[in-house]
Design a protein around this ligand. Sequence first.
Ligand SMILES: Cc1cc2nc3c(=O)[nH]c(=O)nc-3n(C[C@H](O)[C@H](O)[C@H](O)COP(=O)(O)OP(=O)(O)OC[C@H]3O[C@@H](n4cnc5c(N)ncnc54)[C@H](O)[C@@H]3O)c2cc1C
Length: 597
Amino acid sequence: MKTHQFEVLVVGAGGAGLMAGLYASRTAKTAIITKLYPTRSHTGTAQGGIGAALGSQEEDRPEWHTYDTIKGSDYLGDQDAIEFMCNEAVQAVYELEHMGLPFDRTPDGKISQRPFGGHTNNITGKPVRRACHAADRTGHMILQTLYQQCMKNNVTFFDEFQAIDLLMVDGAAAGVVAVELATGEMHVFHAKSVIFATGGHGRIWEITSNAYAFTGDGPSMIMRRGLPLEDLEFFQFHPTGIYKLGILITEGVRGEGGVLINGKGERFMEKYAPKVKDLASRDVVSRAIYMEIRNGNGANGQNYVYLDVRPESVNKYAAADGRLNLDGTPLNVTGEEILAKLPDIVDFCRVYLGVDPITQLMPIQPTAHYAMGGIPTNMYGEAISDENNTLVPGLYAAGECGCVSVHGANRLGTNSLLDLVVFGKHAGLKAAEYARGASFKTLPDDPTEFARAQLERIRQADGTENVFDIATKMKKIMFDDMGIFRSGKGMQNALEVIRDLKRRYQHVTVTDTGKIFNMEMMNVWELGNLLDLAELTTVAAIARTESRGGHSREDYPERDDKQWLKHSLAWAREDGRIELKYKPVVITRFEPKLRTY
Ligand SMILES: Cc1cc2nc3c(=O)[nH]c(=O)nc-3n(C[C@H](O)[C@H](O)[C@H](O)COP(=O)(O)OP(=O)(O)OC[C@H]3O[C@@H](n4cnc5c(N)ncnc54)[C@H](O)[C@@H]3O)c2cc1C
C-alpha cells in the first residue's frame, strides 16, 4: 500500500474534473486521479456545443437562457443555481476562448453559435443561436484545452488509477482509496478536500450514447458511505441515437436545419410542438418519436424513425418555416457546408451505418443519454448530506455525477458542458479555500479495509454467474420498463428483476486472478455500482406518482406541482432498505407553468 498526500484531490479528469483541478491548483497542492487517460474521458465525445447567451449573431440575453433552462427542467431545477450558471456562462466561454479553445468563427471573427433544442428568443418564442461550437467536436476541444492548462499549472496526474472508496473521518472527507490498474496495488490518497467528477451512469440502459466507463462510480462510493443521492429517477433519453447502436447524433443536426421524418415520410414534430417543432426539448421529442412508433409510423414497421439533413430537405423545410439567413436571404445550404459543420456525424453514419447523411436518411431511435440526478450539492459544488442542505465538510462534486440541481427533470442541450466549466470552477475554488483552513484528518489504522473487502468479496465469490449475462438482463429490463414511458406495474417488475440480479451478482465468477490490468475484476465492481444505482433509480421513480420531464408515467400522466414540486433524496441503508426523503425546489422569479413548445 502506498500513501500520497495532497491538499485537494480530484477524482475524474473530464471537463468538470480538469476545471476543478485547474482552479484548485492555483492555490493548493492538487492531484487528479482518473481511471481513464484524461483525454479519453466522455467529455471528449460531446459534439454540439456549449450554451452561453453571447449574442454573437443575434440578440440573446442570460435571462432568456435562465428562463429556458427553468422551463426545460420542467420547473424542477433550482432557480437560484440556474440563474447563477446562465449569468456565468458568457464569461466562462470567453475564458475557454482565451485559454486557446478553437471555436468556430463568424465571418467577422466572433464565436459562431447555432440553435439547439429548447433555447429560444423569449420575445418571439423562436429558436435562438446560443450553442458555441467547434465543428461537432466541442467537447474534444474543451478537454484538450483544459488538459493543457492543468499541465501548465503543475497539477499532478495519476492516470489509470480507479478510486473505489471515499475515506471519511468524523463525517468529513479525508481522502480516497484507489487501485493502480497497471499493478493492482492499492493507493491511499490522503487529502483535505475531495472533489468527485466521475461522470454519469448511462451504462444501466441497453441503448445508450454513453461511454463504457459511465458506470456511476462516484455516486456509488458516496452512497456506500451513507450519503444520499438526489433526483435519480430523472434520466434523459436523447431523441437521436443511431438505430440499435445508440451512438449519439447531436441535436446540432437539427440546429443546422435537420428534421425528423416518420416511416410514412411525414415531418411529425409540428404535431407535438407547433412552435419550435424539431427543436423542442429532448423529453418532448423522445416521447413524440415513441408515439409515432407506437402508432405504427415507425420506419419499415420497426422501432425507429429518420433524421433528414439532406441539403434539399433542409432548404425546403426552412422555406416552409420562414427560417432565413441572418441577412434575410433564403437558406441555400450545400452538402459541403453540412460536411464542414458536422464532419464527425457524417463520418459516424458512413462508418457505422453505411449511410451517407448528405444524400440519405439516417435511421435513429432515442438513446439513454444523461443523468440529471447524482451527488447533491449547493451551487458552489459543496456536497450536502440531507434535506436541510447540511454540508459534508471537505466533500465536493461537479459535472454529470453531481446534482446542483440546474437540470431538474430534463436537461437542455449544451447545458452540461456549461455545468462542467461553471461548477467545476467553483468546486475547485471552494475545495482549495476549505483546504487552506483545514488540517489533514488522522486516517484509521487500516484505511484500505473497506476497499479491500469489496474486491476480496468479488475475488472469492463462489458460483457460476456470468457478469455479462447479469449486465445484459439489467440493461434490457431498464430500457423496457424504466425508459421513455414508465408505469407502476412495469417499474415494479423492473425492481424485482434488479433485486434478483443483485442476488445473483453475489455469485459472479472472476476467471482472471492476476493483478496487472485486471479489468475483469474492475468490470465486476462497476456492475455492482450499476445494479445499486438501477435499484435506487427504480425505487425513486416508483415513489414519484406524477409525470415531469424525463420521468413520464402512463398511470400518472400529469405533472403534480402540489405534491411533487420537490427533489428526492435516496439513501441505501445498511440493512438493504432504501429510504426516500424530499427537499423543496428553490423558486425565485418564475412560478411553475405548464410547458408548451
Ligand atoms: C456522445 C455525447 C455527446 C454529448 N454532447 C454534448 C454537447 O454537445 N453539449 C453538452 O453540453 N453536453 C453534451 N453531452 C453531455 C456531456 O458531454 C457530459 O455530461 C459531460 O461531458 C460529463 O463530463 P464529466 O466531467 O462530468 O465526466 P467525464 O468527462 O465522463 O469524465 C469522468 C472522469 O471520471 C473518471 N472516473 C470515473 N470513475 C472513476 C473512478 N472510479 N476512479 C477514477 N476516475 C474515475 C474518468 O476516468 C473520467 O476522467 C454529451 C454526452 C455524450 C455521451
